[in-house]
Design a protein around this ligand. Structure first.
Ligand code: AMP
Ligand code: MG
Length: 409
C-alpha cells in the first residue's frame, strides 16, 4: 500500500509521516464536508465565528473623496504659490463651495475634498497669514486624497463566507452596517477521556489514580478553535462502557477520545470503533509526542483517538484535530503556522520522527529555548512553554544559533 494514501482498513496501515497525516485529515474532512447549520448572530457576538454569507459594502467607500492629511485642498497647478483661503472642510461636515484658481480650503484629515480641488498640501509645508496661505512645495494631482470608492465599491464583497472573523472583520461589519449576520453554528465536539485510572478533577485520587485533565485541556482547545465542547463522563477500559460512551459521542459533529489507543491489553478504543463499523484512515503517525493516533469516521462522524499522555493529547489536537474542527465549522481554510526562530542552544534528536517539544519563545519571537521536561506526562512543564519547537524527521542536529521551526502554543 502506498504511504501517501489514506486508507479505510485498520489492518496493515503503515504509519504516516506528520505531513502525510495532516494532508490526509485535510483532504478527508474537506471531501466529506456537509453544509453546516446557519444561524443569525449579532455583530457584538461575531468575533471568532465563521461567516456563512458574503458581506458586501453597502455604498462606495469612502462615499466621497477624502483627505488623508491635515492641510489645504488646492488645485495642484497652483502649488507652489500664495493662495486665498476661502473656507474650511472638517470631518463630519461638507464644504459647500468650489475651489477656483488661486484658492485654497483648509482641510482636516478625513474631511471630504471640496469640488474644484484635486490635491491636498500638507500643513507642514504651508505658511498661513490671515486669509492667505503660502504653499511651499509643488503638488501632484490627487496627492493625499483617497478617491471615492477606493476601498470598496458599492456591492463589492469585502468578507467571504467561510472566513473566521477577527477584530478587523468585526470593524467591517460595523462599517457596512451589518448588525446581524449569518454565521455557521459552532461545531460540537464531544470529548471522551478513557481509562480505569482516571477520576474527575473534583475528586481526591488514590495514589494509583490520575485526575482527568485531558478532557479539560481539550475543552479549552475546542473552544479556542471556535467549537462547542461537550465533556462526557470518563469511559472505563472495557468494551461495553466505552462503546456506550462512544455512541453518545458520535451524536456530536466530531468525537475526540483521549487514551486507550496504544497496544495495551486494555486499550479498547480501536476495537470498539471497529465494532461500530468505523473506517480508519490512520492509526499511527511518526511524531513525538503522539505516535499512536487514530483518525477515522463512524456513523458519518469523524473521530480522533488521541494518545492519553497529557502533552500528546494537547499537541495532537493542535496538529490534526483543530484543522478538522475548523473545516467542520465552515472555515474555508485552516492554517498551521510554523515560523522560524533562532535556537539559543544546540539541539539534537534521533531522526525518523518529527518532534514537537515544549519550548520558550523570547518576547520578540526571535529566539527559542527548549523547556526541560520529564516526558509527555509532564503538565507543569507544558505550562512553562509558550511554544513547541519542531525538530524535523530528517535532521538530527541543530547547532546553537540555527533557525528552527516553532509552533505557537
Ligand atoms: P493511555 O494512552 O490510555 O495508555 O494513557 C497514557 C497515559 O496518559 C495514562 O497512563 C495516564 O497517565 C495518562 N492519561 C490518560 N488519560 C488521561 C486523562 N484523561 N487525563 C490525564 N492523564 C491521562
Ligand atoms: Mg488508558
Amino acid at each position: 500500500m502506498e504511504r501517501q494514501t489514506c486508507t479505510v482498513t485498520i489492518i496493515a496501515v503503515p504509519p504516516l509521516t506528520f505531513h502525510e497525516a495532516r494532508a490526509c485529515v485535510l483532504s478527508t474532512v474537506r471531501g466529506a464536508r456537509q453544509a453546516c447549520a446557519v444561524e443569525e448572530v449579532a455583530m457584538r457576538d461575531a468575533a471568532g465565528r465563521v461567516l456563512a454569507e458574503d458581506v458586501a459594502a453597502d455604498r462606495d467607500t469612502p462615499a466621497l473623496a477624502r483627505s488623508v492629511r491635515d492641510g489645504y485642498a488646492v488645485r495642484a497647478v497652483d502649488a507652489p504659490g500664495e493662495l486665498q483661503v476661502i473656507g474650511e472642510a472638517r470631518a463630519g461636515g461638507r464644504f459647500g463651495g468650489f475651489v477656483g484658481p488661486g484658492q485654497a480650503v483648509e482641510i482636516m484629515t478625513g474631511a471630504p475634498v471640496p469640488d474644484g480641488a484635486d490635491a491636498v498640501a500638507m500643513v507642514e509645508y504651508t505658511r498661513r497669514e490671515g486669509d492667505r496661505v503660502r504653499i511651499d512645495r509643488p503638488a501632484d494631482p490627487h496627492q493625499f486624497i483617497n478617491p471615492r470608492g477606493c476601498e470598496a465599491a458599492a456591492h463589492e464583497i469585502v468578507l467571504r463566507a467561510g472566513v473566521r472573523l477577527d477584530y478587523s472583520g468585526v470593524a467591517a461589519l460595523a462599517a457596512f452596517g451589518r448588525e446581524q449576520v449569518k454565521m455557521f453554528r459552532k461545531p460540537r465536539a464531544a470529548i471522551l477521556a478513557t481509562g480505569d485510572e482516571i477520576v474527575e478533577a473534583g475528586q481526591t485520587p488514590e495514589d494509583f489514580q490520575i485526575r482527568n485533565s485531558n478532557a479539560w485541556s481539550l475543552a479549552a482547545q475546542v473552544a479556542r478553535a471556535g467549537g462547542e465542547p461537550a465533556v462526557l463522563p470518563v469511559a472505563r477500559d472495557n468494551e461495553g462502557h466505552t462503546r456506550e460512551m462512544v455512541e453518545s459521542g458520535l451524536a456530536a459533529d466530531l468525537l475526540l477520545l483521549s487514551g486507550g489507543v496504544s497496544a495495551g491489553k486494555y486499550d479498547v478504543v480501536e476495537r470498539v470503533l471497529a465494532g461500530l463499523g468505523a473506517e480508519f484512515y490512520f492509526d499511527r503517525v511518526l511524531i513525538q509526542p503522539g505516535q499512536p493516533l487514530v483518525f477515522g469516521r463512524a456513523r458519518g462522524k469523524f473521530f480522533f483517538g488521541l494518545p492519553g499522555n497529557p502533552a500528546s493529547t494537547m499537541v495532537t489536537f493542535e496538529l490534526f484535530a483543530r484543522a478538522a474542527l475548523e473545516l467542520l465549522g465552515g472555515q474555508e481554510e485552516t492554517a498551521l503556522h510554523l515560523p522560524y526562530a533562532r535556537l539559543t542552544r544546540e539541539f539534537r534528536h534521533r531522526p525518523g520522527i518529527e518532534r514537537f517539544l515544549p519550548a520558550r519563545l523570547s518576547a520578540d519571537g526571535g529566539e527559542v529555548t527548549p523547556v526541560g521536561w520529564s516526558g509527555s506526562g509532564d503538565i507543569p512543564a507544558m505550562t512553562r512553554a509558550n511554544a513547541y519547537l519542531v525538530a524535523a524527521a530528517d535532521r538530527a542536529e541543530y547547532p546553537r544559533g540555527e533557525l528552527i521551526r516553532v509552533l505557537l502554543k
